[in-house]
Design a binder for this molecule. Structure first.
Ligand SMILES: Cc1cc2nc3c(=O)[nH]c(=O)nc-3n(C[C@H](O)[C@H](O)[C@H](O)COP(=O)(O)OP(=O)(O)OC[C@H]3O[C@@H](n4cnc5c(N)ncnc54)[C@H](O)[C@@H]3O)c2cc1C
Length: 378
């Protein structure tokens, strides 16, 4: 009998998993990939659009281009699912699975930070980042804060990258002299697992006169007085607030009982990424395996789950356990890209190796994108 695999969420994790299973089984597997959106956008492409480096249409990849044997893409919202029966209820009907993969990512909750919706901007959603494209040209004076509002957030280097790109953007427009930039982050350094990466980012900040406020969150904004209240009890004036909103476990996942509450990411077996329900896996940002919330980790997790599903079907030996390792590209400004190779589960504590900015890494990042687009959307 054909195995029915239902994958919830067509982000980094869902796309990679679907591709691997289709490559292996073709029409011999019945794969349903469900997403509420009609397009996929790489997280870092949001920065490209917001700073006017790319047009929105250039970074949206339409799911209708997915033409893979055995795969059916369904654009609809997941309304509920039951991990014990593996039944999924959506706006387009009910789906029953033999294997269920939850890859719904992390939800963003700007309203959880008082004043953010009324008095600031967020750049973590596609809509928020694309809207900033027409807001940034009017920022020509005063203080810009790139501020994190919750402890767990996607792509820890992204706030630092944003500050460096904002610096370049303002220099190009002749406005850097009238503006100041601060980054407010809940960590002691920009990229804690890699002291070398953090030192290089802090040196770049010092060169560009960007202030780094460590171990601190933005708790609220007062849009009337135009000040941000910080978790250390101080306040900071702002003319432009670029926020990283509070991240939450998607409500539909909490209601499924896979997560106990909106701030406890889905517990999984650290080696297989299977949840406590047999045949139900959680991949990517939605799980609590202990790696950062980043596409490269979601992709690595998808590979482990694909191997696990293959071993299950073919009754093969247990696959290699999840390594929790990945390489993140870092926009360093001046059109340069650096890289940090991080490993979260390979030793007693996370480690990171820094590769300084270079033209070669710019090309490598471009290839990273084009190779995924070719694999996932062919
Ligand atoms: C500004 C920024 C820069 C970033 N830079 C990088 C980077 O350089 N490198 C890197 O590796 N990562 C980066 N990231 C992080 C990366 O984008 C995410 O970690 C990654 O997308 C997570 O993959 P995922 O598959 O777990 O979830 P996602 O890619 O978020 O996919 C989840 C999918 O589920 C769908 N969904 C959610 N709820 C429902 C529902 N109820 N019904 C139907 N569909 C639903 C969503 O539409 C979405 O398509 C960045 C993120 C941001 C915001």
């Amino acid at each position: 009998m054909t195995t029915r695999v239902v994958v919830l969420g067509a982000g980094f994790g869902g796309l990679e998993l679907t591709t691997l299973l289709s490559d292996r089984y073709g029409a011999g597997m019945d794969i349903t990939l469900i997403d509420k959106s009609d397009t996929f956008t790489f997280g870092f492409a949001k920065l490209d659009v917001m700073f006017g480096r790319k047009m929105p249409a250039d970074v949206r990849h339409a799911y209708r281009q997915i033409l893979k044997p055995g795969v059916r893409f369904v654009q609809t919202s997941v309304r509920s699912f039951d991990p014990s029966t593996k039944r999924v209820v959506t706006g387009a009907g009910t789906f029953d699975a033999d294997i269920l993969v939850v890859a719904l990512g992390a939800d963003l909750d700007p309203a959880a930070t008082p004043g953010l919706v009324e008095g600031g901007h967020e750049f973590y959603s596609v809509e928020g980042a694309f809207a900033l494209r027409s807001v940034l040209p009017s920022f020509d004076r005063g203080h810009a804060i790139v501020g994190v509002t919750g402890k767990s957030f996607k792509c820890p280097p992204a706030p630092s990258e944003t500050a460096l790109l904002l610096h370049d953007y303002l220099v190009e427009r002749g406005k850097r002299g009238e503006t100041t930039i601060s980054v407010v982050m809940p960590f002691g350094t920009p990229v804690p697992p890699s002291p070398d990466t953090s030192a290089a980012i802090l040196a770049a900040f010092a060169e560009r006169d960007i202030r780094f406020v460590k171990d601190t969150l933005v708790s609220s904004l007062d849009p009337t007085r135009k000040v941000a209240h910080l978790s250390n009890g101080t306040e900071m004036p702002y003319a432009l607030f670029l926020g990283i909103p509070v991240h939450r476990v998607p409500q539909v996942v909490v209601e499924s009982r896979l997560a106990s509450d909106p701030f406890n990411w889905v517990p999984v077996n650290k080696q297989t990424l299977e949840t406590k329900f047999p045949g139900v896996y959680a991949v990517g940002d939605v799980n609590g395996v202990g790696t950062p919330k980043a596409g490269v980790f979601a992709e690595g997790a998808a590979r482990v789950v694909a191997d696990g599903i293959i071993a299950r079907i073919e009754k093969g030996p247990s696959p290699a356990p999840y390594a929790g390792a990945g390489s993140c590209y870092i926009e360093f400004g001046h059109e340069m890209v650096a890289r940090v190779d991080v490993n979260f589960l390979g030793g007693p504590k996370p480690t990171g190796t820094y590769l300084p900015p270079s033209e070669a890494l710019v090309a490598e990042k471009t290839h990273f994108v084009s190779s995924r687009v070719a694999r996932w959307f062919s």
